[in-house]
Design a protein around this ligand. Structure first.
Ligand code: NAD
Length: 351
């Protein structure tokens, strides 16, 4: 049984996001399934399901951020051509954000666009990556440099997948959940503080609550500003710092959600330094971060390299790079930051 969480309409596109039962359809015609080897190796019932898919219709890629590249993109496109998928065909991705971003991009390019359905299998992909139509691959060591806006027809969330998700990946998703709560759902922020034991134990009730609340917040921003010309950029809360942090630490050496929480900490510090901070809010954030064991004190290897990575940020539109900052719960704004403020905000081993 499917339980609808939210629907996003944009131009000709409609995305329905639902809680779903495990995939049980056995219609493989005109469909390409894409997943990764780690999910299969850690999740036996899912691996059995994949083994039943006829030859060539299930492409299993290696796992990890390193896979989010042009080679993998063309492996998906080649598989679709080999199967002679037509434009009414469908790509079905089972995976984390790497897989949904990659398969979404492939679907947007295949014969100028075929249908795509996501079964997100990480918490991060359930609450963020699979919702909102951004696709992409990394290029020249920088994240998501090539991509499109191309929403999935459906996002089907099966919480059973979270049972096999490694702990660091689960906490990565919690990082995005914290970001989402700060942006658009004060009650969720309190739930995360109050229910940390249930969250740590991955109890289904609290997971349903977190996932549906996060999806609704994200859907709200996406509906208002699909192509990120305005408020959708707020979803990048913590991300400008995080992407540069990931670039200088090496893509894949830490999880995305950990980097986002690190970036939010820097955003709160910067807001304080420009006179728009909120001490009580920063304290509540610190309490939350400590409850979930996120490291926010890690220094960047060198400050110059960090600034260079910042300057590559694709959100920079010619002029100043605008950072998303907050002055309180759900009070978000954008502002440029001077090099002096950045120096005070970001700890570095080499200045
Ligand atoms: P991921 O896709 O790399 O998955 C993390 C790891 O968990 C992988 O090793 C994977 O094999 C494994 N895994 C996935 N599901 C599993 C399961 N159920 N059981 C066991 N193992 C499982 O990482 P992610 O954190 O899901 O996504 C990160 C990516 O998402 C980044 O590339 C980021 O740029 C992208 N992203 C995109 C958007 C967007 O709007 N498009 C938003 C946020 C993040």
């Amino acid at each position: 049984m499917m339980t609808l969480i939210d629907t996003i309409h944009f131009d000709d596109y409609i995305t329905e996001i639902s809680f779903s039962e495990p995939y049980c359809e056995n219609n493989y015609e005109n469909r390409l399934f894409v997943t990764d080897s780690r999910i299969r190796s850690l999740n036996r019932p899912f691996d059995d399901f994949c083994s039943r898919i006829p030859d060539g219709r299930c492409l299993t890629l290696p796992s990890g951020e390193e896979v989010k590249n042009a080679d993998s993109l063309f492996r998906i496109l080649d598989a679709a051509f080999n199967l002679k998928l037509d434009r009414s065909g469908e790509m079905i991705a089972f995976g984390g954000g790497v897989l949904t971003d990659l398969t979404g991009l492939a679907a947007s390019l295949f014969k100028r666009g075929c249908s795509v359905v996501f079964y997100p299998t990480t918490l991060l992909a359930m609450i963020d990556a699979s919702v909102g139509g951004k696709t992409g691959i990394d290029y020249r060591g920088l994240k998501n440099m090539i991509g499109t806006f191309y929403p999935a027809r459906e996002v089907r969330i099966d919480l059973n997948f979270l049972k096999t998700l490694p702990e660091n990946e689960y906490r990565s998703g919690l990082g995005e959940a914290i970001k989402t709560a700060m942006l658009g759902d004060r009650e969720l922020f309190d739930i995360l503080l109050r229910e940390s034991d249930a969250v740590a134990a991955r109890e289904e009730g609290v997971l349903r609550e977190i996932v549906s609340r996060c999806v609704k917040v994200k859907a709200r921003f996406v509906r208002e500003d699909f192509r990120e010309k305005g408020v959708r950029a707020y979803l990048n809360w913590g991300h400008t710092f995080a992407h540069a942090f990931e670039a200088v630490c090496g893509l894949g050496s830490l999880t995305h959600g950990e980097a986002v929480v690190w970036g939010i900490d820097k955003g709160l510090k910067a807001a304080d330094l420009i006179g728009r901070g909120n001490a009580a809010y920063a304290e509540a954030f610190e309490e939350l971060v400590n409850k979930y064991g996120f490291a926010v004190e890690t220094p960047v290897p060198d400050f110059e390299g960090f600034c260079e990575a910042l300057s590559q940020d694709k959100k920079k539109n010619g002029g100043d790079l605008l950072f998303v900052l907050q002055s309180g719960p759900c009070e978000t704004f954008r502002a440029p930051l001077s090099i002096e403020i950045l120096r005070k905000t970001v700890p570095a081993l080499h200045v």
